[in-house]
Structures are given as structure tokens and as C-alpha cells.
Design a protein around this ligand. Structure first.
Ligand code: SAM
Length: 246
């Protein structure tokens, strides 16, 4: 997968060299290219923002540098690019959207600053490629770079060969399948006793059926406690009689 990021803070994307995403890059599963938006400005001050039409506080990112940058980036590759525009007014970023984006060969991110990017930029590129306006949560960040890091990490771990164990995300919170829409329950490792606290006996039993049942019960309890809204989204056909008894 190829990822391009156009930003006024290229250094903010340095974590993309680290850990899982960094390893995916060095193994060739991810080709990440970070671009400085100011390289497409033409004035002495390398200006990327201006005052908003209609008045009001804050500044708006000018369309011209974004247009020149995106024209050049989009022309620099083969295949179908998908534009990912981080914005608090976008569609919520979910595991489902991460799976969808992980199936695309090329993502181009446009993290903004100030009050965001002149609207005409999204309108322009909607005519030319698939565009997703994406929010990582109901809060406002100072800029979209942190959102790019979040989206990239969630997408990269789904790419073939990126996680050491391909099964690792099968039981994750929000994963499709038997645990769809449920949060993952608690997890434990060695030692079996720590500060007088025991690992639940069932996990030491070696009994796969009981362990699966316990994990599902814990996932249901945790989801009901922390995210009751998700329980309502589980298909009723997916409930068994143990679930209903909980
Ligand atoms: N005035 C905008 C609004 O209220 O919708 C907020 C602009 S914010 C200060 C600057 C930039 O940070 C946004 O254009 C976007 O790129 C990024 N950003 C802020 N919050 C975000 C969020 N929750 N999800 C994704 N991107 C976000």
C-alpha cells in the first residue's frame, strides 16, 4: 500500500518510522511519502492560510497550494488514489472504515491546520477520485496530523504480513465475526499469581470450549458496561441462550 501525507508539519509524521508502521515500511508492505505543503507556495513567506470570507475568527487554508500539491502527488503514481481528509465534521473513523481503507492500494491524507481547508478543494477532488472525510472522534484537535497517525496505524495492522501473527486481530474489539460489535474482554499473561491476584481459573484449564464461552461472557459484560450503544447494534440472531441469560 502507498500512503502520501501532505502537511505543513512533516516532522509531526516521524512516528511513522517507528514500531509496526516503521517495520511495515522497512519490509516494503507500506510505501509512505510525506510532503511539505509549503513546497507548493510561491511567496516569500510560504503562505498557506488567509482570512475567512464572511468574517469570523481564525484562518482558512488557501486552495492554491493544496491544489498544486494534490495535482502533483496524484499524478505521481499509478492506480486509483483515495483521498482521506481528516476533519471533525467527517464520518466517524471505525474499525469497519479501517478495513475498507486497508483494501485500497493508495491513500492520500490531507491533514489541515487553522479552521481547515477551503471547501472547494474537497469539491474539486471529489470529481477526480474517491474522497473520505473522516473524524477520529467528537473533539477538536489543533491539526489533522495526529488523526493521520491514528488512521494509518489502524489500517496498517490489517495489511497482510504486517502483524507477526495474522490471527491477532481476529478477536479484537470491533472485529467482524462472532464477536462483531463487542469489546474485547480482559487479557492475562504469566505469572498465574501476581500480588495475590489470580488469573481466572478457566484460562488455565486448557478447555477451549469453556475458554471461548468465558471470553464471550466477559466481552458482553464489558460492552454492556462501557458501550451499551454497541449491544443494540449486535444482530439478535447472533445471541445464544447464555448471552441472553447474562
Ligand atoms: N473549525 C473546525 C471545526 O470546528 O470543524 C476545526 C478545525 S481544527 C482546529 C484543524 C484541523 O485539525 C482540521 O481541519 C482537521 O484536519 C484536524 N482535526 C481536528 N479535529 C479532528 C478530528 N476530531 N478528527 C479528524 N481531524 C481533526
Amino acid at each position: 500500500m502507498r500512503l502520501d501525507v501532505v502537511t505543513i508539519f512533516p516532522e509531526y509524521l516521524e512516528p511513522l518510522n517507528v514500531s509496526l508502521v516503521g517495520r511495515a515500511r522497512s519490509r516494503g508492505s507500506l510505501d509512505v511519502r510525506v510532503h511539505d505543503l509549503r513546497d507548493w507556495t510561491h511567496d516569500r513567506h510560504r503562505t498557506v492560510d488567509d482570512t475567512p470570507f464572511g468574517g469570523g475568527p481564525g484562518m482558512v487554508m488557501k486552495p492554491e497550494p493544496w491544489g498544486e500539491a494534490l495535482d502533483e502527488v496524484l499524478a505521481s503514481g499509478e492506480g486509483e488514489p483515495v483521498l482521506v481528509v481528516p476533519t471533525p465534521s467527517g464520518r466517524p473513523f471505525t474499525q469497519e472504515l479501517a478495513v475498507e481503507l486497508a483494501g485500497k492500494p493508495w491513500l492520500v491524507f490531507t491533514p489541515a491546520r487553522y479552521e481547515g481547508i477551503d471547501r472547494r478543494v474537497v469539491e474539486e477532488y471529489r470529481q477526480r477520485c474517491e474522497v473520505h472525510e473522516v473524524s477520529i472522534g467528537d473533539y477538536v484537535l489543533a491539526g489533522g496530523e495526529a488523526a493521520v497517525l491514528v488512521i494509518t496505524e489502524a489500517v496498517a495492522r490489517l495489511l497482510p504480513g504486517v502483524l507477526g501473527n495474522a490471527e491477532s486481530h481476529r478477536d479484537d474489539s470491533f472485529a467482524p465475526g462472532a464477536m462483531a460489535n463487542l469489546l474485547e474482554g480482559p487479557v492475562y499473561t504469566k505469572p498465574p499469581q501476581w500480588r495475590g491476584r489470580e488469573v481466572p481459573e478457566v484460562l488455565l484449564s486448557g478447555h477451549h470450549g469453556r475458554i471461548a464461552r468465558w471470553r464471550r461472557d466477559e466481552a458482553l459484560r464489558r460492552t454492556a458496561a462501557n458501550r451499551p450503544d454497541l449491544i443494540g447494534r449486535c444482530a439478535p440472531a447472533g445471541w445464544d441462550k447464555h448471552d441472553r441469560a447474562l
